[in-house]
Design a protein around this ligand. Structure first.
Ligand code: M6R
Length: 612
């Protein structure tokens, strides 16, 4: 959470920082600030509570000439959102300025110690501790001061720092929280994620934990090992995304744009993972990964939020097509649950951002226990991708809307293909069967297109129901995770209460909620459990609940039983969850719009949760 950006070069720093922050705002948006150094070695710091636009308006009237600066957009951890708690933070004597992403666990102890030495604190943040501490360690060399200060700090962080007396450089350091350097011609950038860099460069250096980086204009970035102080040589990588992908492209919100990109995501994924002979291949699965997958006794999927729902689908897919016992867990439970793992197990981490703190910690726990780790990740070069033994990238492209849509669909299709691949590897499926499955996967694109063509009627239903503040979502099999996902989408962007349930559980409690005012979303495409879903719907109908069904196109029975129906094209059951989630994304989107919610930046949320 929190977005960080830094720039040094010949351009005007303020527009570069503000543009970078605009692309990072999805990481946190309760306050924002920048700090620049001018020719007289004076810091100019401006920060404001609220969205970036508040800061932007303030800066309009202040002309600042500077070629070096840092910026931050905040998601509050320590201290409420306020101007004082916004970053950057200035040190006691005004020599050091810091922006920070992460948590300093021993901040209270350090704060007391610094106070005893006369340091005065103005904010409630842990970051101000770092500013004072670095200043206390400063003897004219910023890199050395940071190296010394960080030894005292417990926790997770990415710090980006400037010193008044060294106006030509920015120094940054990281432990756990993401940081990368953008390499330009005679200019350099630093950021917490690639989207801030896309307008300027596609050449990046990923900073690893316990590395310190120094950037200046006109010099290649220098990277040091934090512990030894030794210089490290690191490769420059190319970002596979472009700036157009990170813009709204004429849509009112990123979320809507991303929903409409889903047909393309299907094609991209299939093109990347299926060859002309219709065989499935994952570039990131090397010989070692194949051997481990061939022999594994159990697979675990570990992830958070929407990615956890993908994991639940993945579990069913792998059990059905590869017949390997599989479990799906939420990262925060897995990491603290002392999971029973050995070198015979494979743990697969699913993450759009590749930076989710709990998933990263769970990955480290699995590695500690010698399991083989694979990640399914969207952001190339992210921490989870780099730390796992093997990586399968998803082809969603940059996802900016806080509510995940296209990344989920990319995860589901990747998982389906992965389960067929595993089935073939374990000789549960013949080559011919895989070909048939792949052939059918190519129809998903047209299926999504057809659903998107019906957007108007989904919008009309949202208009009728958007004032309701409690929704139940029910599904079975592959569509139980869709029920969870549909409910999550609705609650995160409309703030209505929405609960997803396995439909078979309805009689064990949720049925008590049903009366004539209760909307119930029923996922009832053709499936093994279709009849069971119909029985559930009868029970809802008998209690006069408002039924909104997601059903196979042309299903008259379901139409008769429901007040509203969102049709989806007929498909094989494993693919149904890829289709059924689309109307639910659109329904949530329009319900949020009618409620006047901030769709792309819902309250209290951030795109990637990089703190525990
Ligand atoms: O980047 P990740 O996939 O690891 O993120 C996991 C969750 O934080 C994320 O899916 C979250 O639940 C979304 N806001 C859901 O729309």
């Amino acid at each position: 959470m929190c977005g960080i950006v830094g720039y040094v070069g010949s351009r005007e720093a303020v527009p570069v920082l503000m543009n970078g922050l605009k692309h990072l705002e999805y990481r946190g948006y309760d306050s924002a600030g920048i700090a620049c150094l001018n020719g007289n070695r004076n810091f100019f710091i401006r920060k404001e509570k609220g969205k970036l636009s508040v800061l932007q308006n303030v800066l309009k009237s202040i002309p600042i000439t500077s070629h070096i600066g840092i910026g931050h957009t905040r998601w509050a951890t320590h201290g409420e959102p306020s101007q004082i708690n916004a970053h950057p933070h200035l040190s006691h004597h005004g020599d050091i300025v810091v922006v920070h992403n992460g948590i300093i666990e021993n901040y209270s102890e350090l704060r007391q110690e610094l106070k005893r030495h006369g340091y005065r604190f103005h904010s409630d943040t842990d970051t101000e501790v770092a500013a004072h501490l670095i200043e206390a360690c400063y003897k004219g060399d910023l890199a050395q001061a940071i190296q010394k200060a960080v030894k005292r700090i417990r926790g997770f962080f990415a710090f980006v720092v400037m010193a008044r007396k060294e106006p030509d450089r920015i120094v940054a350091v990281k432990r756990s929280n993401p940081l990368l350097v953008g390499v330009g011609k005679s200019e350099n950038f630093i950021a917490s994620d690639v989207s801030a860099l896309l307008p300027y460069t596609d050449r990046v250096i990923y900073i690893d934990d316990d590395e310190l980086v120094q950037i200046k204009a006109g010099e290649p970035p220098s990277i040091f090992d934090l512990k030894t102080g030794r210089v490290k040589k690191k490769p420059v990588s190319k970002i596979p995304w472009n700036i157009e992908q990170a813009n709204k492209g004429g849509y009112p919100h990123f979320m809507l744009k991303e929903i409409f990109e889903q047909p393309e995501v299907i094609s991209r994924t299939l093109k990347a993972c299926v060859n002309l002979k219709k065989e499935i291949n994952f570039e990131g699965l090397n010989g070692r990964a194949k051997t481990r997958l061939k022999k594994t006794r159990k697979i675990f999927f570990v992830s958070c939020g929407t990615a956890y729902h993908a994991g639940l689908c993945g579990r069913r897919m792998v059990e059905e097509y590869a017949r390997i016992p599989t479990d799906a867990q939420v990262s925060s439970e897995f990491r603290y649950g002392d999971p029973v793992l050995s070198s015979e197990d494979v743990v697969i981490f699913i993450s759009q951002s590749g930076e989710t703190a709990d998933t990263l910690a769970a990955l480290r726990e699995a590695k500690r226990k010698k399991a083989f780790t694979i990640s399914i990740v969207n952001v190339v070069g992210s921490s989870i991708a780099r730390e796992s033994d093997a990586v399968i990238y998803t082809y969603a492209g940059p996802e900016i809307g806080v509510a995940s849509t296209k990344a989920y669909v990319a995860q589901l299709l990747t998982l389906a293909l992965f389960s067929f691949y595993l089935g073939r590897l374990r000789q549960q499926l013949s080559g011919l069967e895989v070909k048939q499955l792949v052939l059918e996967a190519w129809h998903i694109r047209a299926g999504i297109d057809a659903i998107l063509d019906g957007t108007k009627s989904i919008k009309a239903v949202a208009k009728k129901l958007y004032r309701k503040n409690s929704f139940l979502y029910l599904g079975r099999g592959y569509n139980f995770p869709t029920a969870l996902e549909g409910a999550l989408k609705l609650k995160e962007i409309t703030y209505a209460h929405a609960h997803g349930y396995a439909a078979g559980e309805m009689k064990h409690g949720p049925i008590a909620l049903i009366d004539s005012s209760q909307p119930v979303v029923c996922l009832v495409p053709e499936s093994k459990t279709y009849d069971k879903m119909l029985s559930n719907m009868e029970e809802i109908k008998a209690r006069k609940g408002i039924i909104i069904s997601i059903a196979t196109k042309g299903d008259r029975l379901v139409r008769k039983m429901s007040q509203y129906v969102f049709p989806v094209p007929k498909c094989r059951e494993i693919y149904s969850s890829i289709l059924t989630v689309i109307p639910l994304q659109l329904f949530a989107y329009y319900a949020a719009v009618f409620n006047g919610r901030d769709v792309d930046q819902p309250r209290n949320l951030a795109k990637s949760v990089t703190v525990e």
